[in-house]
Design a protein around this ligand. Structure first.
Ligand SMILES: *[C@@H]1O[C@H](CO)[C@@H](O)[C@H](O)[C@H]1NC(C)=O
Ligand SMILES: *[C@@H]1O[C@H](CO)[C@@H](O)[C@H](O)[C@H]1NC(C)=O
Length: 433
């Protein structure tokens, strides 16, 4: 039997090995957040002040891990509660880098480690205490509740829910820290400590988070110049109006096909949607029903890499195209922000169970991995609030398909076909026989 000391040694050794291994592992298989996570929704929601603070507090990673292990409930103070209604001195205190811990505690005090739906009625219920991630609790209900929910179930996702609240919740520990700091400040005894740099800018919503990779281009100047984007819209598919609203989905799909054709370089995709399959009308139907869609449209050059027999397999064009449709409304901005913040984001596709992974690469969004990857190439070709079309420079395949030797072979074949095609400058058309 090993002595306790030996056991300890072995344990420490194991731990040591784990710590050695984990950074590499973490880098390789970075946690991937689902694009339909409540965290992504928060960053895209109208709770912009809160979202911004969460970023400044460098809490995204913590929360990401948190939603991986349990669902969450976020009590989101409306923007005014964090702007107008907040004591400027307290706000300054929160934003000072050395008070990062207080800011984190304050924010975690708004999050419960489980998902609770809020009754729609605002009648004061029995006082209830809710334990939060800050290790302190908040009280709801009763006569003068600390927690006043003004927009119950404002954003609902599988892994969590956001309730809009009237004012900021300040845990006792943070209040005490603030008081202490204030009195200390008067005798200027506080030594500045190094802490992660916090950007004190406040006003604009969708600006890049602080650590900008060197040499990356500015984020979306074109998009900023365009009509107000959908990034403020709280929830993607299905439309919040649900079955009450009807959209002329077919007209919208027609518009987008038209736009693709006018844009140029996407004729193959348009052709497949309209002539080779009835995906265009399928999309029209979905949109009419209130769903929203983001299409990752491979450009003509990418489509030329597909072999004709690949498309000729029964059902193949549909399967391929379904993998390029995300049942969410995403713009270049929203996707870029998501990958930038989370490193890697999984989007559902219309191909059931097959997700497409997006990562940040070279100041852009890259979809897929390895050979079957594509860059977001022509952003926001079409964005009307229900349909978004993003041009990409490759055709995507689910990982296992992309990795299969058949595909690799086809790829090689495709490459030579493409070379031949390029040389001859032909167009893909229906074969005459
Ligand atoms: C979150 O809640 C859903 C039900 O809405 C449940 O199916 C799922 O297992 C929960 N996830 C976690 C991580 O607890
Ligand atoms: C569909 O086919 C017709 C006839 O070949 C062609 O005129 C039309 O442009 C095609 N539509 C698209 C969207 O490519």
């Amino acid at each position: 039997m090993p002595s306790p000391m030996a056991t300890n040694l072995i344990l420490s050794l194991l731990l040591f090995i784990c710590t050695l291994r984990s950074p590499a592992l973490a880098q390789r298989q970075q946690t991937q957040i689902n694009s339909n996570s409540v965290l992504v929704a928060l960053l895209d929601s109208h709770y912009t002040e809160l979202a911004e603070l969460v970023e400044k507090a460098l809490l995204l990673q913590t929360l990401e891990q948190s939603v991986a292990s349990h669902n969450i409930t976020i009590f989101a103070p409306k923007n005014e509660a964090l702007e107008r209604d907040l004591d400027p001195e307290f706000k300054r205190f929160l934003l000072e880098p050395r008070n990062l811990r207080s800011l984190q505690t304050l924010l975690l005090h708004h999050i419960l480690p489980r998902k609770i739906h809020w009754p729609d009625s605002d009648s004061p219920a029995e006082p209830t205490r809710h334990y939060t991630l800050s290790d302190d609790s908040v009280e709801a209900g009763g006569v003068n509740p600390e927690l006043r929910v003004v927009r119950p179930n404002d954003v609902v996702r599988a892994d969590g829910v956001i309730h809009g609240i009237e004012r900021l919740l300040v845990p006792k520990s943070v209040q005490q820290e603030f008081n202490k700091r204030r009195s200390l400040e008067s005798i200027s005894a506080v030594k500045p400590e190094s802490a992660p740099a916090v950007d004190p800018r406040t006003h604009r919503l969708k600006k890049p988070s602080p650590p900008v990779p060197a040499g990356s281009p500015p984020v979306l100047p074109i998009y900023d110049a365009m009509a107000p984007g959908p990034s403020l819209a709280p929830a993607p598919a299905p439309g919040p109006g649900g079955p009450h609203h009807h959209f002329d989905g077919e007209a919208q799909v027609k518009d987008f096909i038209q736009t693709l054709l006018l844009y140029g370089g996407y004729n193959e995709m348009a052709d497949i949607m309209v002539n080779l399959t009835n995906l265009a009308s399928e999309m029209g139907r979905l949109v009419s029903e209130g769903y929203v869609l983001t299409v990752l449209a491979p450009n003509d050059e990418a489509m030329a890499k597909l072999t004709a027999d690949r498309l000729a397999e029964p059902g193949a064009p549909e399967q391929i195209m379904y993998y390029h449709m995300i049942p969410e409304y995403q713009t270049e901005e929203s996707m870029y922000n998501a990958v930038r913040r989370f490193g890697s984001v999984r989007y559902e596709t219309l191909r059931l169970g097959q997700k497409v992974v997006a990562t940040e690469a070279d100041g852009s969004v890259k979809f897929g991995e390895g050979e079957a990857s594509a860059y977001l190439f022509d952003p926001d070709i079409f964005t009307d609030g229900r349909i978004s079309v993003q041009g990409i420079d490759g055709v995507l395949f689910p990982a296992e398909e992309a990795a299969s030797p058949v595909v690799a072979e086809k790829k090689a074949e495709a490459r030579s076909v493409r070379r031949a095609k390029l040389a001859a400058k032909p167009r893909r058309g229906k074969s005459p026989d």
